[in-house]
Design a protein around this ligand. Structure first.
Ligand code: K1U
Ligand code: ZN
Length: 171
């Protein structure tokens, strides 16, 4: 197993569109394992392959408190989304220390392949629904801050630049 490097916004590679997985093979098994280890170590509750610079439609999620409910979604598709929306304060491992409110459908039904190459369906609400949609945005090259106003996006970019300047001075 390996810890993978997580790309940080505004890295342009976060905007690449991920390609469908053609075959769930040993490479995908290893990738999913490494992504899960990276997510748990961060720590986070989700990770998309895009965030580790692999542009394939693979997502891992575990919203449990004891790391016991790992879900791997390969080639996920939203089959249904509720009209009702819910606002949730989101964070992102690719945008450290930034949290903001995003409105998304409150419930979704998703279909995906698992690591045994079998389709399964999942209906989700609350944090799981938020997380699935947030990770599927990553696969489309979209970072959650792009749901925010352009004023907020500019402020976030300035804050990140300031953090980077501070970090390079500390070296
Ligand atoms: O995609 C990512 O960067 C992962 C992201 C998922 C997410 C969380 C909350 C709302 C929307 C999407 C994170 O995991 S951010 C870190 C986080 O939320 C968390 C970290 C430790 C314990 C519990 C939550
Ligand atoms: Zn994210």
């Amino acid at each position: 197993m390996a810890l993978l490097n997580i790309l940080h916004f505004p890295d342009p590679r976060l905007h690449k569109v991920a390609q469908p997985v053609a075959r769930v093979n040993a490479f995908i098994h290893q990738l999913a394992q490494d992504m899960a280890q990276t997510m748990y170590a961060a720590p986070g509750v989700g990770l998309a392959a895009t965030q580790v610079d692999v542009h394939l439609r693979v997502v891992v999620i575990d919203i449990s408190t004891d790391k016991s409910q790992l879900i791997t979604l390969i080639n996920p598709e939203i089959l249904w989304a509720s009209e009702e929306t819910k606002v949730w304060e989101e964070g992102c491992l690719s945008v450290p220390d930034i949290f903001d409110n995003v409105a998304r459908p409150a419930r979704v039904r998703v279909r995906a392949l698992n690591l045994d190459n079998q389709y399964f369906e999942l209906e989700a609400d609350d944090l799981l629904a938020v997380c699935i949609q947030h990770e599927m945005d990553h696969l489309m090259g979209k970072v959650f801050v792009e749901h925010l106003s352009s004023l907020k996006q500019t402020r976030i970019k300035n804050k990140i630049k300031k953090q980077a300047r501070k970090a390079s001075l500390a070296k």
